[in-house]
Design a binder for this molecule. Structure first.
Ligand SMILES: NC(=O)c1ccc[n+]([C@@H]2O[C@H](COP(=O)([O-])OP(=O)(O)OC[C@H]3O[C@@H](n4cnc5c(N)ncnc54)[C@H](OP(=O)(O)O)[C@@H]3O)[C@@H](O)[C@H]2O)c1
Length: 495
């Protein structure tokens, strides 16, 4: 039984990091952007060959379709475009919602593209957090979770040892986060100012060209599909504010949430305001500004020749730095393929980092086995399991006392699954405290953790941990420890 489990894990885990091995994706949300990602993945990869990713599951509000060998992307897009659902696609169809799907689907990366919700961040927060707790990397364009809880989500990514990428959530195709983090690294960024909502920019520049009132132009923009059915998030400034919060946290070290942003939209901008500005050689734009002491979104008068005075649905940002001085970046802030472009960039970034991790730390420690680094010393403090006949209350107490978010569940000395803190808390709320054994195992638990003997070389452990959040370490029939990715990274870097 144990041998079989090991073999199955080994055959899959030998692949990530190798140039030819595809990474498995679970796409949650198959609307405009989800389908854009599917279309982008049908194009050749950077080396002219097929993209090194395989979509093994797609979830929308109707449920989840899975195929471990890879779903047919063209059929998926056709089915959703034509019938509005994913029922026509070959694969296994499940009634799982997003959270259940995250737990049940075996994938390397979750691509989270459900609607942005800046009231409570759901369902995105749950999908993203659960995926990371289970050791999956996350790529998303969803602004809601970050507008509300950036720091908490980033901390969870770090604790879970996974990568979290959200380039598509700020200004669509415009790679502003990468620009500041990579190309401008070493600069001190004093401020970022920009047009971060294409719909507002379209309305304001159209008002300027036509002389029409706000309501007239808004109605025309809605007809063209430039604004959402409910345009308030855009025109009241909240969409731009969400992006500003992400930039503030991601590249300016400012731990703010959307509640800290002073927000004024464009409803009060009249045709007369714009005409008067024009006479003075000025234009009006909705400008988002983040600096050390400012976080605001409001309509601002700019010189006609200002780099921020872009027209139509374009986005623009001016990054003010000490070494490079001002850098301006312009592009499309939304749109199906534009946002898919950002997601594809993030997927490739995850792949590159995984490849670097596999070839870097592992190789020089090839000869070292888990036993060689004294599992007892490193992992014993984490040898915490719970029996199936314990109560949910006991499970949550154990997790909180030990500061861990996942527990292996044992039955007669065999690990039969893992349960997360989030699941236990949800079940306690939904159903009142019950014993673990009374709950259907597939309802509650993720798949059992892989088991590796204490003499397994570290490099092999690293490969298994590319796919799973933790491994159980066994000696004979006994489980003697748990090693997580964070443990392994600590061990490798301590060398
Ligand atoms: N569109 C853009 O240009 C753009 C640009 C940048 C960022 N974004 C962000 O990208 C995300 C997706 O945008 P979009 O335009 O693709 O939205 P969309 O067209 O409304 O699609 C949303 C998708 O999420 C699914 N969904 C909704 N609730 C769900 C739930 N509880 N569980 C599972 N699936 C659920 C929907 O399912 P059904 O199909 O069954 O309804 C739909 O497939 C948003 O967060 C948005 O802010 C969009």
């Amino acid at each position: 039984m144990k041998d079989k489990k090991l073999k199955a894990t080994a055959s899959r885990s030998a692949k990530p990091g190798e140039a030819s091995a595809p990474l498995d994706l679970h796409v949650i949300g198959f609307g405009v952007v989800g389908r854009g990602v599917a279309k982008a993945l049908m194009r050749p990869g950077p080396d002219g060959r097929a993209q090194p990713f395989r979509v093994v599951a797609v979830t929308d509000r109707s449920g989840t379709v899975t195929n471990a060998a890879g779903l047919d992307l063209a059929k998926l897009v056709r089915s959703k475009d034509k019938h509005g659902d994913i029922s026509q696609v070959e694969g296994e169809h499940h009634k799982w919602n997003g959270e259940q799907a995250v737990r049940n689907v075996r994938a390397d990366i979750v691509v989270e593209v459900t609607p942005t919700n800046i009231v409570d961040g759901e369902p995105g927060i749950t999908h993203i957090a659960e995926a990371m707790r289970l050791g999956k990397h996350v790529v998303t364009a969803n602004k809601g979770p970050f507008a509300l809880q950036f720091q908490r989500i980033a901390a969870l990514a770090q604790r879970s040892g996974v990568m979290l990428k959200y380039g598509g959530s700020v200004c669509g195709a415009v790679p502003i986060i990468e620009l500041v983090r990579d190309a401008l690294v070493g600069n001190e960024v004093s401020a970022i100012r920009g047009v971060m909502n294409g719909s507002c920019n379209y309305i304001l520049s159209r008002m300027e060209e036509s002389g029409d009132d706000f309501d007239v132009v808004l109605a025309a923009a809605a007809k063209l599909g430039i604004t959402e059915t409910d345009p308030s998030q855009d025109i009241d400034g909240w969409d731009a504010a969400s992006k500003l919060v992400i930039l503030a946290n991601a590249v300016m070290n400012r731990a703010i949430t959307i509640r800290d942003v002073s927000v004024e939209g464009i409803r009060s901008v009249t045709a007369e305001t714009i005409r008067a500005a024009k006479k003075r050689g000025k234009v009006v734009r909705l400008i988002a500004t983040i600096s050390r002491d400012v976080a605001e979104v409001k309509p601002v008068e700019l010189d006609e020749g200002s780099p921020l005075a872009v027209r139509g649905t374009l986005n623009v940002a001016v990054v003010e730095t000490d070494l490079a001085k001002d850098i301006t970046i312009v592009g499309r802030g939304a749109g199906q393929m534009e946002t898919a472009s950002a997601i594809l960039g993030d997927l490739h970034a995850v792949r590159r980092e995984l490849a670097a991790r596999t070839s870097g730390g592992g190789e020089h420690r090839k000869g070292l086995a888990l036993s060689g680094i004294e599992v007892g010393a490193v992992a014993k403090k984490k040898v915490v399991t719970i029996d199936r006949d314990e109560s949910l209350g006991a499970a949550v107490r154990v997790m909180q006392k030990k500061g861990i978010s996942q527990l292996p569940v044992m039955s007669d000395g065999v690990c039969v699954g893992t349960i997360s803190e989030r699941t236990v808390l949800d079940l306690l709320v939904d159903r009142g405290a019950k014993k673990l054994e009374k709950l259907a195992i597939e309802d509650v638990m993720g798949p059992p953790l892989p088991e590796l003997g204490a003499s397994t070389p570290l490099v092999a452990v690293a490969k298994v941990l590319e796919r799973r959040s933790a491994v159980l370490v066994t000696r004979g029939l006994d489980i003697v420890g748990i090693v997580t990715r964070a443990d392994l990274l600590r061990l490798v870097s301590a060398d």
